[in-house]
Design a protein around this ligand. Structure first.
Ligand code: NAD
Ligand code: UD1
Length: 341
């Protein structure tokens, strides 16, 4: 059930990939939404795109989640009812090279935000976590009860964030906290106006494939074909970013309805191999997608597939879009507008 009473929601990192899609979903659900973003990993043009999609001005505060005074002003000026906290650094390789940056933004930033929320008496938050908290899971599909295993500083910050939030909820029952563990977000908004837009050569599969389809990169390196999977390549649970965005609307609804927290996976419960993704993208773009097999990527996990049962039970969340729609919407975004954004 979708909670229908309009609320004022702050989206930290709301100009980013998942945040911008969630902005649209929350506006469509009738909420007032304010974005706080320092644009370290987003283009300013996304704001005009959001205005075009929603047909209304988009309230944006440009600034950093580590800025106490700014946060106090935002909570006072906008009388925020709840926060969805996307703002974080998210590149695994970079986190190995610069762990302090990750602790600073992902842990320091979270602490500063929670303190400001506490001062303002705003104690409803949805936190962006990740399947990466499971490390190499023993069980597939992976349930929420699987143990935490940090594989790198990025994953460690998500584990620490979840643990901080759990202790906070225990310390004061006024806190209602939704933890959402995303599997592999993919695709773009149906309008073709917003999507994933990495500044550098992409680390993740789908944006890399998109750049090969555009002709900006020559060929896809498939990282290993000797895994214990049906075709030997890595398997992931890709989830359409519009489905993922809807999960946040449901999570907030649940927090307001029950005053109780929850922790759920957001995935489809079905996995696709690297070769299946390439084949699906090929169907979407109708171009050749040259690829070759290379060594495994160090630290890679053979299979990540979510157990999607708890999200269905607790939030009533079910995905509606499959891999073909993820590839088609990605191609629509990158081929029409992404390159000129
Ligand atoms: P993104 O980089 O597109 O969005 C993050 C946004 O936060 C950006 O707009 C960036 O400018 C902003 N930001 C970063 N540091 C900030 C700071 N100090 N103050 C204010 N704004 C700041 O990333 P995304 O893919 O949309 O991811 C959103 C969240 O979901 C992150 O917490 C990420 O760790 C998590 N997550 C992402 C994925 C994925 O594959 N994309 C998977 C699992 C979890
Ligand atoms: C990565 C992150 C993970 C994060 C997740 C979602 C790493 C090691 N892990 O995981 O922490 O939670 O993104 O954002 O970066 N692949 C190729 N060629 C490529 C790129 C990827 O074959 O050029 C393969 C990978 O080996 C994997 C699959 O494609 O089997 C998906 O990779 P990717 O998109 O990077 O996501 P994750 O590995 O799940």
């Amino acid at each position: 059930m979708v909670y229908r009473v309009p609320k004022r929601i702050l989206l930290t990192g709301g100009a980013g990939y998942i945040g911008s899609h969630t902005y649209v979903a929350l506006r469509q659900a009738g909420h007032d939404v304010v974005i706080l973003d320092n644009f370290s990993n987003a283009r300013r043009s996304v704001v005009a795109r959001l205005e075009q999609i929603t047909g209304a001005p988009v309230p944006v505060v440009e600034g950093d989640i580590r800025d106490n005074a700014l946060l106090d002003r935002v909570f006072t000026d906008h009388r925020i009812d709840a926060v969805v906290h996307f703002a974080a650094l998210k590149a695994v390789g970079e986190s190995m090279a610069k762990p302090l940056d990750y602790f600073d933004v992902n842990i320091g930033g979270l602490t500063t935000l929670l303190r400001a929320m506490d001062r303002a008496g705003c104690r409803r938050i949805v936190f962006s976590s990740s399947a990466t908290v499971y490390g190499v899971p023993d069980e597939t599909p992976t349930p929420e009860t699987a143990p935490f295993r940090a594989m790198n500083p990025y994953g460690q910050t998500k584990i620490l964030g979840e643990e901080m939030l759990a202790w906070l909820a225990q310390s004061n029952p006024d806190w209602a906290i939704g933890v959402l563990r995303y599997f592999n977000p993919a695709g773009a908004h149906r309008s073709g106006l917003i999507g994933e837009d990495p500044a550098d050569i992409p680390n993740n599969l789908m944006p890399f494939v998109a750049k090969v389809a555009l002709g900006e990169l020559d060929r896809i390196a498939v990282f290993g074909d000797d895994y214990d999977t049906p075709d030997g390549t890595g398997v992931r649970d890709y989830i359409h970013v519009e489905d993922l965005a809807r999960g946040h609307v449901l999570s907030l609804g649940r927090l307001f309805e029950t005053g109780q927290g929850h922790c759920v996976n957001l995935g489809t419960g079905r996995g696709y191999s690297v070769l299946e993704v390439i084949a699906a993208y090929k169907r979407a773009c109708n171009r050749d997608l040259p690829h070759h097999i290379t060594d495994r990527r160090p630290g890679d996990v053979p299979i990540y597939v979510a157990s999607a049962d708890k999200a269905a039970e607790v939030l009533g969340f079910r995905t509606e879009k499959g891999l073909d729609e993820m590839c088609a919407s990605s191609w629509n975004w990158v081929s029409n507008i992404g390159e000129t954004a």
